[in-house]
Design a protein around this ligand. Structure first.
Ligand SMILES: Cc1cc2nc3c(=O)[nH]c(=O)nc-3n(C[C@H](O)[C@H](O)[C@H](O)COP(=O)(O)O)c2cc1C
Length: 166
């Protein structure tokens, strides 16, 4: 078997990654059959302004993986402090995820999280392999900003932004 880590200590790798605070998103889509799917992701990033592109990395082992690979569109919902519990539901396999939280639907039936810090609607432009994940690159069709502050994820926990953050 090939040693993929080539001497790197996996625990040290994870620990170093945990030193990077990120935002938290709930990424959603709708299958052709009309079923709703979603997962919590901290791997979201902006990629390009012109054309407008964003990316999010999806684990190949996720139950929703085949649906996202087949979907033409996905939605990135940037979550707030009030959505912390919901984000854990969306990170839990086998949950009836859409039974929790409040969602609205766009004209194509894609779920948009109500009161999100921002909602970014994308068309799947490319799915690029990246180890045990795939990088979903989305061309942004629509973006809107809410009035609540985003929450951050740091060292395995939610960290609300301080009062000073606008
Ligand atoms: C804060 C947080 C961030 C996460 N970020 C990612 C991510 O960027 N990509 C990913 O594939 N899974 C991520 N996960 C794990 C998935 O949300 C989780 O495995 C989810 O259940 C996968 O979807 P499934 O239920 O369809 O298998 C994250 C979980 C948490 C709690």
């Amino acid at each position: 078997m090939v040693d993929q880590f080539q001497g790197l200590d996996p625990a040290a790798f994870r620990s170093a990654l945990a030193q990077f605070p990120s935002g938290v998103t709930i990424v959603t889509t709708r299958s052709d059959e009309g079923t709703l799917h979603g997962f919590t992701a901290s791997s979201f990033a902006s990629l390009s302004l012109d054309p407008p592109l964003v990316l999010v990395c999806l684990d190949r082992r996720a139950d929703c993986f085949p649906v996202f690979m087949a979907a033409k569109h996905f939605v990135v919902n940037i979550v707030t402090d009030a959505h912390a519990e919901l984000a854990i539901k969306f990170a839990t396999k086998g949950e009836n995820k859409f039974a929790y939280g409040s969602f609205e639907f766009d004209e194509a039936g894609h779920p948009l999280l109500s009161d999100a810090a921002a909602v970014i609607r994308c068309e799947l432009e490319q799915a690029v392999p990246g180890g045990d994940h795939v990088i979903l690159i989305g061309r942004v069709h629509d973006a809107r900003t809410g009035s609540s502050k985003p929450v951050t994820w740091y060292r395995g926990g939610f960290l609300p932004l301080g009062e000073s953050a606008a």
